[in-house]
Design a binder for this molecule. Structure first.
Ligand code: HEC
Length: 169
């Protein structure tokens, strides 16, 4: 078969379209909204504190139940010095509670809230990336607007690096 000029032109056009598509796709990846990593292994980190939010609390619907807060080594250093370096990660682990004969114990995991420090990537929100993972899932992210849903409230703690909790003895 003889190659027609039209066929050659089509091949060139397709190749050009494909390569510009690939360039667009790879640059889209770079400029994608920065995402917070799932905090792999956080249950091995330092336990900072726990608290129980009961139905009497205004925050019950959103944050009700038991929560435990964990910090990786960089975040522990941040709690101690008041300055959280890039790479610091803090996890708040929210669990349901169950009661039997007056004993309250941990129930199913509701979600985990994560703060990951990266002053460049998350410059818009105090250098912290905020994310929420549903239940036990490592991939199901629930936030639509972390600046509004998380950072807005955490701004009240600017003097302690946007972190509410503190290490106790
Ligand atoms: C209405 C205010 C409010 C909102 C909204 C809020 N937080 Fe918090 N957050 C708190 C408070 C208060 C604590 C401290 C809880 C404690 O000490 O037991 C906290 C603690 C945390 C911690 C542990 C570190 C710290 O600051 O003590 C993480 C991680 C966290 N929140 C992530 C998030 C994420 C992610 C979101 C968005 C889904 C969010 N928070 C939304 C008030 C808020």
């Amino acid at each position: 078969m003889k190659h027609s000029p039209i066929l050659a032109l089509t091949v060139i056009l397709c190749t050009t379209a494909l390569s510009s598509f690939l360039v667009a796709a790879s640059s889209a990846q770079v400029s994608m909204p920065d995402s917070v990593l799932y905090p792999e292994g956080y249950r091995e980190w330092m336990h900072v504190k726990s608290a129980l939010i009961t139905p009497q609390s205004r925050g019950f619907k959103r944050f009700g139940g038991l929560h435990h807060i964990y910090a990786n080594a960089k975040a522990v250093a941040g709690y101690r010095t008041g300055v959280f370096a890039d790479g610091a990660v803090i996890v708040a682990d929210f669990l349901e509670t169950q009661e039997k004969d007056g004993d309250v114990s941990e129930g199913k995991r509701r979600f985990i809230d994560v703060m990951q420090k990266d002053s460049k990537r998350f410059a818009q929100t105090g250098g912290w990336g905020f994310e929420e993972f549903s239940g036990d899932s490592k991939t199901e992210r629930t936030l639509i607007n972390p600046a509004k849903e998380c950072f807005q409230c955490h701004t009240s703690k600017q003097e302690s690096g946007f972190v509410f909790s503190a290490l106790r003895k």
